[in-house]
Design a protein around this ligand. Structure first.
Ligand code: EPZ
Length: 419
């Protein structure tokens, strides 16, 4: 298994091009199942998760062309309405093919999903939304078997908690349903807006994406479209924090501060200066050492759970004590003991981690069991004294495009050790 070897302690100077958002691209790709015409998607990141979903889409009969960051998808006919365990178990976003298949073909059989081990991550809200639209849903040996022979119907869907995936899934199914669907307590993440923009370009009628009430008026058919995926806000935040950990100054090309929500204020409080211009964001640490800041993860526009691990890495060497509360997933502190192996002083009590800043971390072999936690360890390694070996690089390959190239370009000493 590949590892990343990082020699820490070098400030970062230069430019990093922020890629298209993984979590947006994956849902936009699922939208290709809704039409027999061509969907052309620009700014798609080359990531293991994207490849995995492409395999699944090809299995459903989608023709795929991927050149540079441009992906062309055409589902002339649906060859199979079944998404097998092998293609769904590794990644949760694959589950979102269920709604489009059901909406277009009136039936689908999709394995229950896998994904990062950050909590229980049920799909009950996805299924309740589809059932509210008239789907008959059964569970059979690890598969969801769904049928709507007369098509789906518009419905009122009131989510008890905010779920990004369930909101997206409800929209993906509602666009071809008969009548109007109103989703309340909808997620407001920028990826929801991106998906809605793509679907509207395909002829869907959607109002309110980006607010907590979304109304979808079903249309009989969708057509082809061109769509550009928005820049990855999690990658943006992670590299901004890299400048915080290592010092220096980075220009994050294509980054957009408006996508970062509360993270902007938190990073500024910690001692980073973020300056936006029309083509990107410049970031530098204004203090010798970052300041400790308390944090609670929240749905957008709150501070994202997907940046919590990276922020914890930043806080390990901050001046003072930072209390970090994770409210979205119940098992998302797995990086804490690994950071401890590098000399961080972190105590975890349930969903709260208390990080007492130390002057410097020391490099060590570490490993994480999810994507964002792995990035937290990379950041810690960039600031640490000596060598850090981050094991299980395949997690990073799922979500950070050309990670080591981007960092090396800015002066980091980081290389992939094949193994
Ligand atoms: C998306 O996951 C992202 N993944 C996650 O990013 C991200 O952490 C998360 O949203 C929150 O922002 C993708 O977009 C592919 P949720 P999702 O449904 O949709 C509970 C990464 O690293 N819940 O908003 O799965 C759930 O267990 C990944 O890129 C139910 O109880 O997240 C969690 O506690 C990791 N029942 C909470 O809701 C359901 O049916 C929020 O999860 C669905 C969710």
């Amino acid at each position: 298994m590949d590892k990343l070897a990082i020699i820490g302690g070098r400030p970062l100077f230069g430019e990093i091009a922020i890629s298209g958002a993984k979590n947006s691209a994956l849902k936009v790709m699922a939208a290709s199942l809704l039409t027999d015409e061509t969907l052309t998607i620009f700014n798609v990141p080359r990531l293991a998760d994207v490849d995995m979903l492409l395999k699944l889409l090809a299995q459903h009969g989608v023709d795929v062309t991927f050149e540079g960051p441009t992906l062309t998808l055409q589902a002339r006919t649906i060859a199979s309405t079944e998404a097998p365990y092998d293609l769904v178990r590794k990644m949760r976003a694959t589950f979102n093919v269920l709604g489009p298949l059901l909406a277009r073909e009136g039936k689908a059989k999709v394995s229950l999903p896998g994904g990062c081990a950050i909590g229980a991550r049920p799909v009950d809200l996805h299924l309740k939304a589809l059932a509210a639209m008239g789907a008959k849903i059964d569970l059979d040996e690890g598969y969801v078997v769904a049928a709507a022979p007369q098509g789906l119907s518009g419905a009122r869907i009131d989510f008890p908690i905010v779920s990004v995936g369930a909101t997206e899934h409800a929209i993906l199914a509602a666009v071809l349903a008969k009548g109007e669907t109103v989703i309340s307590n909808a997620a407001r993440e920028p990826e929801i807006v991106d998906l809605a923009n793509c679907l509207m370009a395909m002829g869907a009628r959607i109002e309110g994406a980006g607010t907590s009430t979304i109304a979808v008026s079903g249309v009989p058919r969708l057509h082809g479209a061109h769509h550009t995926v928005l820049p990855d806000r999690i990658e943006t935040g992670a590299y901004a924090m890299a400048a915080g950990v290592a010092g220096g100054e980075l220009y994050l090309r294509h980054a957009r501060l408006d996508l970062l929500g509360a993270a902007v204020g938190v990073l500024e409080e910690a001692g980073l200066k973020l300056t936006a211009d029309p083509t990107g964001v410049r970031v530098r640490r204004t203090l010798d050492r970052c300041r400790a800041v308390n944090l609670v993860t929240q749905p957008f526009p709150g501070f994202p759970t997907d940046l919590q691990a990276q922020f914890m890495a930043l806080m390990t060497t901050a001046d003072g004590t930072s209390v970090i509360k994770e409210t979205i997933f119940e098992n998302r502190f797995m990086h804490a003991p690994e950071l401890g192996r590098m000399g961080a002083n972190i105590s975890v009590d349930g969903q709260t981690a208390t990080v007492r800043g130390v002057r410097r971390l020391k490099g060590a072999p570490v490993m994480a069991t999810d994507l964002r936690a792995s990035m937290g360890l990379v950041l810690a390694g960039l600031g640490a004294e000596g060598q850090t070996l981050v094991n299980r690089v395949y997690h990073l390959d799922r979500g950070f495009e050309r990670l080591e190239d981007k960092l090396v370009q800015c002066g980091a000493l980081i290389e992939r050790v094949r193994g």
